[in-house]
Write a new protein. Structure first.
Length: 230
């Protein structure tokens, strides 16, 4: 049966990334169907893609891949050694600061692994204009929760870099906390609405988003993810 666990709707930016605890199964037209995963060695016709932000939410995948969920997308929890998860150094069109991966040799990060066919992958790429899809560096190990190694896994790397201070990336946190972090560092934070009780509507304005992206760069509040050569 479809996974009915309640999550915040994916149009509520304050609740980003809208994901429930990860269950092994497949995302189809009616949601996440829990069940056993086909062994990775039998999914050779699929491309394994790591999700670290909103793509971990079945509702988001359903929306992004509408009409392309026959066959369903196999998903399962996984971990990546040598990678951390932080925030992209920009504000998304939806008015939130999205997740982004970065190289961290001392970290082991939980992710959601999705196996996509080429049509599904092309559709997902089209929803990620601020990210470049890349193959995870060989030095970073990806394994499913039950220990299967997944070679060739791909991940979306932010084109803007990740939020950082003095070269140290900010770990993924809530929207309230990441916006407070920006508000404490951007001189024009009040103009951008970052001190409002609900700043997200203001953050959907293209002019505000571009100004914040520019200020982040000018103030040195970002760093390269380290996942691919600069």
């Amino acid at each position: 049966m479809a996974d009915a666990r309640p999550t915040a709707p994916p149009d509520l930016p304050a609740a980003y990334p809208w994901s429930a605890p990860v269950t092994t199964g497949a995302v189809g037209p009616h949601g996440l169907l829990a069940g056993d995963l086909v062994a990775p060695e039998h999914l050779t016709d699929k491309i394994p893609v790591l999700a670290v932000g909103s793509n971990t939410a079945a509702a988001v995948l359903r929306r992004k891949l509408a009409g392309l969920l026959h066959p369903p997308v196999p998903v399962c929890p996984a971990v990546v050694a040598g990678m951390g998860i932080g925030h992209s150094a920009h504000v998304s069109a939806g008015g939130y600061v999205a997740a982004a991966p970065f190289r961290d040799d001392g970290a082991t990060s939980p992710v959601v692994l999705c196996w996509l066919d080429r049509a599904q992958l092309a559709a997902l790429d089209a929803t990620e204009p601020n990210y470049a899809r890349m193959t995870l560096p060989a030095a970073l190990g990806c394994r499913t929760a039950d220990g299967h190694r997944v070679p060739g896994a791909q991940v979306y790397d932010s084109r803007h870099g990740v939020l950082a201070e003095a070269g140290s990336p900010l770990p993924l946190t809530s929207q309230t906390e990441v916006l407070a972090w920006l508000a404490a560092r951007l001189p024009d934070a009040r103009e951008y609405g970052l001190h409002q009780v609900d700043p997200h509507e203001r953050l959907t304005e293209p002019r505000v988003r571009e100004a914040i992206r520019r200020d982040i760069g000018c103030l040195g509040l970002r760093s390269h993810s380290g996942l691919m050569p600069p």
